[in-house]
Write a protein that binds this ligand. Structure first.
Ligand SMILES: Nc1ncnc2c1ncn2[C@@H]1O[C@H](COP(=O)(O)OP(=O)(O)OP(=O)(O)O)[C@@H](O)[C@H]1O
Ligand SMILES: [Mg+2]
Length: 238
């Protein structure tokens, strides 16, 4: 009988966990059994989706909000720590600009927020700006359309190291295209140590810079990281 169950599980594309799930279900009636089985299968599928989303998000290292020190971050009046951690800005399709000098925890915070969003069943994708532009400029059209699709399906796009390396004109145009396609349809988090006034320095085109700033800043919260580099502090302790 087990073999036949396994056969139908595959044929109906049910989770392979079915085989482990069903013997542990305790139920008085057929209905109760079926309900509990479906509930478990659904739970199993959601869990697998979360794991897949986390693996596909592009995080280089995983970080969490646990123990994260906010003491050196200046929040705007429009956003509190609780609101930030509740991720309500994602539902409202608002953007975050994490601005401050090196090693102050911008990437950490952006990743931790993305990881939390994924744990809630939503999608986040993470790119360093330069990697994203390189991928979009690949000759392999399949790869390029996979990137666009991934971004389109995400609820949150994290663009790390914004402005750390200069872009050429086509790169800046591609970046504008991405920002513009996300505008009011999803949230963007950018991490940067370049103030708005100097964005033209890596985007080159003045009009394009103005258009990008305008879209990002509209519906956005800016968090200013004022601390010392954690990397420096930690290596000094050692
Ligand atoms: N507030 C914080 N609480 C706990 N750990 C932190 C905090 N800020 C930074 N760290 C740790 O310090 C290291 C550097 O942080 P991170 O990479 O996020 O800095 P960054 O602001 O992105 O720097 P850069 O501008 O150079 O990219 C990481 O290992 C991170 O986990
Ligand atoms: Mg960083």
């Amino acid at each position: 009988m087990k073999e036949e169950i396994s056969k139908y599980q595959k044929k109906l594309r049910l989770s392979s966990s079915l085989i482990e799930i069903y013997p542990n279900i305790e139920a008085e009636t057929h209905e109760e059994f079926l309900l509990k089985l479906l509930r478990e299968l659904n739970h199993d599928r959601e869990e697998k989706r979360r794991i897949r989303n986390l693996n596909n998000a592009g995080f280089q290292v995983l970080k969490t909000l646990e123990g994260y020190d906010y003491s050196q971050i200046r929040f705007p009046d429009s956003l509190s720590i609780q609101e930030l951690e509740s991720l309500s800005f994602v539902d409202k399709k608002e953007n975050l600009i994490l601005y401050g000098s090196v090693g102050t925890g911008k990437t950490h915070l952006s990743v931790a927020l993305g990881v939390k969003l994924i744990s809630q069943g939503k999608k986040a994708v993470f790119y360093r700006v330069h990697d994203l532009i390189n991928q979009l400029e690949s000759k392999d059209e399949k790869k390029v359309s996979a990137v666009y699709k991934k971004i389109k399906q995400a609820d949150l796009l994290i663009l790390d190291e914004w402005g750390y390396l200069p872009l050429h004109q086509e790169g800046a145009r591609l970046l504008f295209d991405i920002i513009s396609s996300c505008y009011e349809t999803k949230s963007i988090i950018i991490t940067t140590n370049i103030e708005f006034g100097r964005w033209k320095g890596f985007l080159f085109d003045e009009k394009l810079t103005a258009a990008i700033v305008d879209r990002l800043v509209h519906h956005s919260h800016m968090l200013i990281f004022t601390g010392k580099s954690y990397r420096m502090v930690n290596s000094l302790i050692k």
